[in-house]
Design a protein around this ligand. Structure first.
Ligand SMILES: [Zn+2]
Length: 209
């Protein structure tokens, strides 16, 4: 079994992974703030993991028999910093009946909107969506957004901490050469802040091509 998370699995990605590995693919929905989680059952619907928190559905609207609305999350796992009715910024989909025939009785979500990230295209033609591992050893980077303006090149928009130096820039170039592409050109743009989107978060990867 393969468990995926963090971004929506697109239908073509699901088909490719299942065909290539011969495994069952089950997707998870959760968040770094750890105040809610939902896991796909054998029918590929998301069941709330109610041991971890409560998911409320608000501002509902209905289209074609499918309900959709904001998800407010109240978690049980972080008593040091409780998040109560936390608006995580994702939109949930559920059926009006809300049941699943798999036998589990926990509340069901049919899907999650709003977890589709951009990707960078390398000169080798590969598509890279996640860059977080590049920043594991660069604590002097407060925030970074990866922007692609043209094929063959990326721009790192970096908010620096006080101790940031050329060594950090060098390390980032090396990590990208090693893990992403040996021939991708990397530009640095130093900014005081990264613009937030409507949901209050910034997009880690932004493609303009
Ligand atoms: Zn189910």
């Amino acid at each position: 079994m393969i468990a995926t998370g963090a971004e929506n699995v697109l239908p073509n990605q699901r088909v490719d992974i299942v065909e290539f590995t011969g495994s069952v693919l089950t997707d998870q929905w959760g968040m770094t703030e750890a105040c809610a989680n939902a896991s796909q059952c054998r029918n590929f619907l998301y069941h709330e993991d109610f041991e971890l928190g409560v998911i409320e559905r608000v501002e509902e609207s209905r289209a074609d028999g499918i309900m959709q609305g904001k998800l407010l999350c109240t978690g049980f796992g972080t008593p040091e910093f409780p998040l109560i009715r936390y608006d995580v910024g994702d939109i949930g989909l559920w059926s009006a009946q809300g049941e699943c025939k798999c036998g589990l009785e926990s509340p069901v979500l049919a899907g999650i909107l709003g977890r589709i990230d951009d990707y960078v295209v390398t000169p080798e033609g590969t598509r890279i969506m996640r860059f977080d591992y590049i920043f594991k050893h660069t604590p002097n980077v407060r925030e970074c957004q990866v922007v692609q303006d043209s094929v063959g090149e990326i721009r790192l928009r970096v908010v620096r901490r006080d101790d940031y130096s050329n060594a950090d820039e060098h390390m980032l170039r090396e990590e990208i050469r090693r893990w992403i592409s040996p021939s991708l050109a990397v530009q640095f743009e130093y900014v005081s802040e990264i613009q937030r989107e409507a949901n209050g978060k910034f997009r880690a990867v932004k493609s303009l091509i």
